[in-house]
Write a protein of this length. Structure first.
Length: 317
């Protein structure tokens, strides 16, 4: 008895991905991302990664998954919709990014990727590889484009045709040779620059080029220090992450609420008003954020307090 063919394994793994709740799944041939090398190196050279020093590490691994996973031949890329079923309290001035409404997505995607890997192992016992989601030096959006899922918008987000950009990405890198999808070559942004115009801090300095040092997501999450004075008046109420460049994107008119119940908004995110946010103390931070595995636990309580202060209505330095 012969085992399933390369094409059959590819088709079955895509079916399994959809069955597990992923919105899309594609396959790319593992190799060096030559087209992205100069762009990434120039971006780093210009210091646009700000305090994210880790971006300078493992540069070759970022560009070539074969250096991450020995014998890698294929990159399976999955996308999971996180567009919320319920919006944050409409009366709240303090806003949390949509991706952070529920529990930390890493738990959900990693678990599903492991199940996908189990299925791959059943189909091809010779499989060896690793799963990744936003936690290792993998250029996820570049691989999503290579795997035919969509294109990179001017805001740097992956846009999936007729679905939008509110997606988490994950990868299963394998030593198996699977049937690759055709890389996504088209760009349906056209002349639209809504995301560039809407960014309060003008962080999108050129199409597809983000100066992280001005990006509200970076300022409220990655930057461990206090938000610089000259940017404190540009927060637009954002206290953890930002969705402005995605909210204005015409392609997100196709966004539909996620079917993943694990991503449902936590009660405090859904219902808190301005007074609740202004009066948050370390006890409630530990109880509501840390113990519930909210993505907000990525920052320290002191940082959240500073973000709230910087985003206060009427703040304009």
């Amino acid at each position: 008895m012969h085992g399933p063919t390369k094409q059959e394994i590819t088709d079955l793994i895509k079916q399994e991905a959809l069955h597990l709740g992923f919105t899309a799944c594609g396959v790319a041939t593992a190799g060096k991302l030559i087209r992205h090398e100069a762009h990434l190196k120039n971006w780093l050279k210009e210091g646009m990664h700000g305090a994210m020093g880790y971006m300078e590490n493992h540069l070759e691994k970022r560009l070539d998954p074969r250096m991450l996973v020995e014998g890698a031949r294929s990159v399976i890329v999955v996308a999971m919709n996180y567009f919320p079923t319920e919006q944050q309290n409409p009366g709240a001035s303090y806003l949390v990014s949509k991706y952070a409404y529920g529990i930390d997505y890493h738990f959900i995607i990693k678990e599903k990727l492991r199940k996908l890997e189990e299925r791959l192992k059943e189909l091809a016992p010779q499989h060896q590889g690793r799963v990744f989601t936003d936690s290792a030096p993998v250029l996820e959006r570049a691989w999503a484009v290579q795997a035919g899922l969509g294109w990179t918008g001017k805001n740097g987000c992956l846009i999936i045709p007729r679905k939008g950009s509110f997606f988490f990405l994950g990868e299963l890198i394998t030593n198996l040779e699977l049937t690759p999808d055709t890389p996504f070559e088209k760009d349906f942004c056209g002349n639209c620059i809504r995301c560039m115009e809407a960014c309060p801090a003008q962080a999108i300095v050129a199409p597809g080029k983000l100066d992280a040092r001005r990006c509200i997501s970076y300022l409220t999450i990655e930057l461990k220090d206090s938000i610089p004075d000259e940017l404190r008046g540009k927060m637009k109420g954002r206290i953890f992450g930002c969705d402005i460049c995605q909210d204005v994107c015409p392609h997100n008119r196709f966004a539909e609420p996620t079917i993943e119940t694990g991503l449902d908004a936590l009660e405090f995110v859904r219902n808190w008003n301005d007074e609740n946010w202004k009066n948050i103390d370390s006890q409630s931070f530990n109880r509501l954020v840390k113990k519930q595995n909210s993505p907000l636990s990525r920052i320290k309580f002191k940082k959240l307090r500073d973000n709230i202060e910087a985003a206060a209505p009427g703040t304009n330095h």
